[in-house]
Design a protein around this ligand. Structure first.
Ligand SMILES: Cc1ncc(COP(=O)(O)O)c(C=O)c1O
Length: 225
């Protein structure tokens, strides 16, 4: 942050780490932004997947007068194929965005709109299903990390992804390519995310797929000398 900072862009809950900024921390960031008159743009596409409370962390648009929140159907609602999202913020921003959208998009697909409306009308059930999957799967992943001597982590508090630190003498790309070739399991190399010696796992698949995949990773790690 400098006195000339115009916008602070954050992502909460975070992909790839699964870190979560709570209301108190967001208020601290808002106070810093306020000093410079800066906007805060927060990508909240994972909002609704917290491992704690009702799963919904605070939204920057509700906290800061120059806060802009974006989110959509693709993560907590598990409906990425709908290609539909939203933005919340001060009226002047929304009006400017609406003009821009008229120019480049005109309208979302009406079928997408229909199914997104159905999901949002039934949001309690849809979000409860997502939370069942993410809470259950994170418990499976945690048990695996605890018994895997070469893997360590900071346990995520939200989202569907996290970073695993591996204790092996190879780059994350070498690790991921070898793992994919030998087992069919695909992680994202941390080097692609500026986090070398880590890999990113997405853990929101079916529990059986997750368990099977982790078993394959254990087998791979056991062959690494
Ligand atoms: C942090 C974050 N924001 C936005 C997106 C994009 O979401 P959508 O598929 O709804 O465009 C993703 C997708 O991976 C994401 O991880």
């Amino acid at each position: 942050m400098t006195p000339g900072t115009k916008l602070i862009a954050i992502n909460n809950p975070n992909n790839p780490t699964g870190a979560l900024m709570d209301r108190a921390m967001l208020e601290e960031i808002a106070a810093i932004a306020r000093e410079a008159g800066a906007w805060i743009l927060c990508d909240e596409v994972y909002r609704g997947t917290d491992q704690e409370g009702d799963g919904m962390t605070a939204s920057i648009a509700d906290i800061y007068e120059k806060g802009i929140s974006t989110a959509g159907m693709s993560k907590a609602y598990s409906l990425a194929g709908l290609r539909l999202g939203w933005i919340a913020g001060p009226r002047e921003v929304i009006e400017a965005v609406a003009i821009h959208r008229d120019y480049d998009t005109i309208s979302v697909g009406m079928i997408d709109d229909h199914f997104a409306a159905l999901a949002l009308e039934n949001r309690e059930q849809v979000l409860a299903r997502s939370q069942r999957i993410t809470l259950g799967n994170l418990a499976i992943l945690e048990a695996w990390v605890e018994q895997e001597p070469r893997i360590s982590w900071v346990k995520p508090r939200s989202g569907t992804t996290t970073l695993l630190k591996y204790d092996l003498p190879m780059t994350s790309r070498e690790f991921c390519v070898a793992l994919l070739k030998e087992t069919g399991v695909m992680f994202t190399p941390g080097s692609a995310l500026g986090m070398e010696r880590y890999v990113r796992i997405g853990y929101a698949n079916g529990p059986e797929v997750l368990k099977q995949g982790l078993g394959l990773v254990s087998g791979f790690l056991a062959t690494q000398g």
